[in-house]
Design a protein around this ligand. Structure first.
Ligand code: PLP
Length: 394
């Protein structure tokens, strides 16, 4: 994608969100997983234009806190469009959910169950079970999820407290590399469902979480995952079971939609004594780094590689130099990488970075007073009209 700064004195970094790509990812989802309604994980990317587009297309939202719920409600989302899918909830957030009619939420332990039962009389709980995440790049099931052995005890406690449990959720871990993980997790969820049904709960919701890559070059395609998931759903939760199936995809939707434009704000040339040597090493300081849009480099093992490329066309024969890219802050660790091969750049030049929509904006801080990058969304007329049509049909 080509992003163009329209004023020569513009130097602030900015994102371009390609909403056509978002639409395409949604079509791919509904084509491959027609039984599964996606509830986009707002933690992954909270850009209003993205959320509005997804809402128009009919997705729901996985919210992890009061502020995420507030955001979705402010964009016209209804409580039916929301699952509060964080098992750890501050009391005030539970109260906020109750006050705003957000009834569906997940839990995985007895203390939270008691806390919720005392503060949310209308709650419809979804039991998050822990599943095998050993084939995922970012594991979640040490911190979250009830063991299968504890399901009976937890559901018994829910009965004693008079709390309604309506289903089961899981997350196979982010950046899942093995579709069999979904098959086993769906079988585990069936086991928990059966215990719940035996105890007299009306179990009717299965939430298969997130974990799908958004990158075209990931080793397992979304289509391969879908095939295994559809087969497992047919085996364990066939359509005639009446169970509603949802998911909480984050990076699947957001990753490839965003391109970041960063500006070279400073430069050093390491000459080794020879002024014009082709062995010169270049150091560029850009206005995004580990404390802003690229925090995921340290915190997210599933992120796509950061491969910046010059915004201006570069001839094949143009000399490339060994290049280090550093972030703008005072932190001596704030470096992207020092083994890039790039043509010579000058202060004010732009670099573009694709596939940067997942856990970038939401993890970035304003450390040192550097402002967060703005987002400009781009959409073709065709997609915009389709979006309006979808919104009308809802
Ligand atoms: N749901 C929950 C509860 C999560 O913790 C996460 C990510 O951490 C997601 C959904 C989104 O996962 P992903 O981006 O892998 O699809």
């Amino acid at each position: 994608m080509t992003a163009v700064a329209y004023k020569s004195d513009i130097e602030d970094s900015f994102y371009v969100a390609n909403l056509d790509r978002l639409y395409m990812m949604h079509l791919r989802w509904v084509t491959n997983l027609p039984r599964v309604r996606p509830f986009f994980a707002v933690k992954c990317n909270n850009t209003p234009a993205v959320l509005k587009m997804l809402r128009a297309l009919g997705t729901g939202f996985d919210c992890a806190s009061k502020n995420e719920i507030k955001l979705i409600l402010s964009l016209g989302g209804t409580p039916d469009d929301i699952i509060y899918a964080h098992t750890i909830k501050p009391l005030s957030h539970i109260k906020y959910a109750y006050a705003h009619g957000i009834n569906r939420m997940t839990f995985d332990n007895e203390e939270e169950l008691v806390k919720i039962s005392l503060n949310h009389p209308n709650v419809k709980l979804v039991l998050r079970i822990s599943v095998d995440d050993s084939k995922s790049m970012l594991r979640l099931n040490t911190k979250f999820g009830a063991s299968l052995e504890s399901v009976g005890k937890l559901l018994k406690r829910a009965k004693e407290l008079g709390v309604d449990v309506i289903g089961v959720s899981f997350h196979v871990g982010s950046g899942c590399t093995d579709s069999a993980a979904f098959k086993q997790a769906i079988a585990d969820a069936r086991y928990a469902f059966d215990i719940g049904s035996l105890m007299g709960f009306q179990m009717n919701l299965l939430d298969i979480g997130g974990g799908f890559s958004g990158s075209d070059s990931f080793k397992v395609t979304f289509e391969e995952f879908s095939e295994v998931i559809n087969a497992a759903l047919n085996d364990f939760f066939p359509p005639e079971s009446g169970v509603r199936v949802i998911a909480e995809p984050g990076r699947y939707y957001a990753e490839s939609v965003f391109t970041l434009a960063v500006n070279v704000i400073a430069k050093k040339v390491m000459t080794d004594g020879e002024e014009n040597s082709t062995k010169r090493k270049m150091i560029y300081y850009i206005n995004e780094g580990l404390h802003s849009s690229m925090n995921f480099i340290v915190s997210d093992p599933c992120a796509s590689k950061v491969n910046p490329y010059p915004h201006k066309p570069v001839g094949r024969s143009e000399q490339r130099y060994m290049t280090a890219l550093w972030g703008p802050t005072c932190d001596g660790q704030d470096k992207l990488k020092d083994t890039y091969h790039l043509p010579e750049l000058h202060i004010g030049d732009w670099l573009l970075i694709d596939n940067i929509g997942a856990y970038s904006i939401t993890l970035s801080s304003d450390f040192n007073g550097f402002e967060r990058a703005d987002v400009y969304s781009a959409v073709t007329a065709e997609t915009y009209i389709l979006k309006l049509l979808h919104a009308k049909l809802r």
